[in-house]
Design a protein around this ligand. Sequence first.
Ligand code: ACO
Length: 337
Amino acid sequence: MIGLCSGRPVSITGLGCYAPKRVLSNDELSELVDTSDEWIQTRTGIKERRIAAPEEATSDLCFFAAEAALADAALKSSEIDLVIVATITADMLFPSTAAILTSRLGAENAAAYDLSAGCTGFVYALTQGYAAIAAGLAERVLVVGADTLSRVVDWSDRATCVLFGDGAGAVVLEEVKKGGFQVFELGADGAGGMELFMPAGGSRRPASAETVASSEHYVKMNGREVYKFATRVLPSSAQAVLEASGRNIADIDLYVPHQANLRIIEHAAKKLGIEKERVFVNVDRYGNTSSASIPLALCEARAEGRLKDGTLVLMTGMGSGLTWGSSVITWTEGRGR
Ligand code: ACO
């Protein structure tokens, strides 16, 4: 689906993120599996990633990011109408991580749900939050992208364990005077779903001694197919939103793609014709943090002074499903008063 944001102008008015303290380097990984810092850096651009502490679950990561976003927006948690958590590593199958988060935050006036769209989850959730405000159903929405992939990665599988990390990023969405979201495009190709999945633990294959013994509660990935998918949809989805909004890549001040792999990002940037100075990259320090990747990147981009009032930002996510999603936003500082 694709649509221009023609209703009330809605933007990000608060931004926060959280990364666990523990840093896991490539050299440490090479003590666990048959790999090397050289292989990982050459194939992925990743140097290190963060790993949640044993007592930290996804809702804990969400909490710290959400607190920072609320403080940035100068809002109390009780003023939030809706909390959406994009994640594929919920604390448990139910209740939702979003509901757990509302309780911890004291967001007693908010509806809450989780959204599962893999690494595209944050862009999907932004679309939902935007739509709720634009339709007049909510005034203030908290969108969190968070994943603790370290809990579902097979630490004996060198093809996947080197890629992922843990983190969370949160944004507050509100109506603004002008600017904000311009366009969204979301897509899904369910036929490719088994290229990146977790076989057991759901209703098709409930957890059992057998599923545990056969390592079916870990991420399974066909790396080459996911690579082909990613290098195709990152540019095509970006091109779709640019075209729909009557802009071209030269208008974009900052491109924030999903941080899966530096090679994928460079391929997409080349195809789009955008030079590296306008592309945000932090995959080297966090690996692929799934739903947290784009908000974590936005957080760091702003800290580096790369997001100012009026900055035109293009974001594109892609991930399990297989899914993808893009948006163009005219960045706003505050509510534009
Ligand atoms: N260290 C050393 N060697 C390795 C490692 C490793 N960590 N992993 C694989 N290899 C070996 C393979 O066994 C293979 O050896 P062989 O030739 O003897 O069989 C060789 O390296 C090449 O393997 P390929 O899979 O062909 O390597 P490729 O260049 O394709 O890179 C990679 C693999 C990095 C996984 C790449 O395919 C990729 O980035 N895919 C996309 C992954 C991705 O982004 N997934 C997340 C999507 S978003 C989401 O929703 C979570």
